[in-house]
Design a protein. Structure first.
Length: 275
């Protein structure tokens, strides 16, 4: 079905759907790589495509030949340059079918322990990284760690991140009501800034693991005594305890789809934002 014509170009409904899908895919790709080095490369690639399109219209044969030569190596170059982003996209697609085990543990007790520990650690100016898994394992994302299999509690978390503890360096991995391991080395994100804020190693590690795995990371800054979290490749700095609590509840209970609890959390979030 022809919708309209522009000169000799005929636009059909199929063309409109095709353009819309490509635009949505490009927009989604940009949201995944923005604020990273890959984001700048992505913008440069779009600029090259635009130049190539214009050169074909104007019949610039030499420029077309140069861009055609580059086009032969674009596929390999893109795989190398966008390897972290490609891996992240594939992980996001793959995690959709992973079953959840959220019903197998006391969600409120777990969240209370993590938030309580974060508050106490911030007051004591102890740095901390608490990786809370949602679905899947972290074996492909983390480099090391000391297995603990300890019962999750506020006191245990505070003692682990005490600077005098041999386990305080690195991150703690929490699954359900269990502390799986401590002193875990996390991959660093390529991003070094969030807005005007320069990121340290701890925050880059929190952002890095959230880009590669289905986790929420609670991060406590020892320099500023502030609490933040990283989730789905985004870092949220200087958050209130209520905001962190709501983020944990949303991340861990999102599959349950309980309308009453989601409504209550929405009311709590609006109240927290108003403060």
């Amino acid at each position: 079905m022809v919708l309209f014509e522009i000169g000799f170009v005929t636009v059909t409904l199929r063309d409109l759907v095709d353009i819309t899908l490509v635009a949505l895919i490009l927009l989604r790709l940009y949201t995944l790589v923005r604020r990273t080095i890959a984001g700048q490369i992505f913008i440069g690639l779009l600029a090259l495509l635009a130049v190539g399109f214009i050169s074909q219209i104007l019949g610039l044969r030499l420029l077309n030949w140069m861009l055609g030569t580059l086009r032969d190596i674009w596929v390999i170059a893109l795989i190398v340059l966008f390897q972290p982003e490609i891996r992240r996209i594939l992980l996001m697609i793959g995690r959709r079918g992973v079953p959840s085990t959220l019903d197998e543990f006391d969600l409120n007790r777990s969240v209370d322990a993590i938030v309580g520990a974060a508050e106490e650690l911030a007051l004591r100016k102890f740095g901390a990284l608490i990786v809370v898994t949602r679905t899947g394992e972290l074996k492909l994302s983390v480099e090391s760690g000391v297995p603990l299999e300890a019962r999750l509690s506020e006191e245990v978390l505070v003692s682990i991140f005490n600077p005098r503890s041999p386990l305080h360096d690195g991150a703690v991995v929490v699954t359900g009501n269990t502390i799986r391991s401590a002193r875990v080395v996390l991959p660093l994100s390529a991003s070094t800034r969030v807005g005007d804020q320069l990121l340290g190693t701890r925050h880059r590690a929190a952002l890095g693991i959230s880009e590669q795995a289905d986790v929420l990371v609670v991060v406590v800054s020892e320099e500023r005594s502030s609490i933040g979290y990283a989730f789905d490749g985004r870092l949220y700095l200087d958050q209130s305890l209520d905001t962190v609590r709501l983020a944990l509840l949303d991340a861990l209970e999102s599959i349950r789809q309980r309308p009453d609890r989601r409504l209550m959390r929405a009311i709590m979030r609006r109240f927290a934002d108003a403060e």
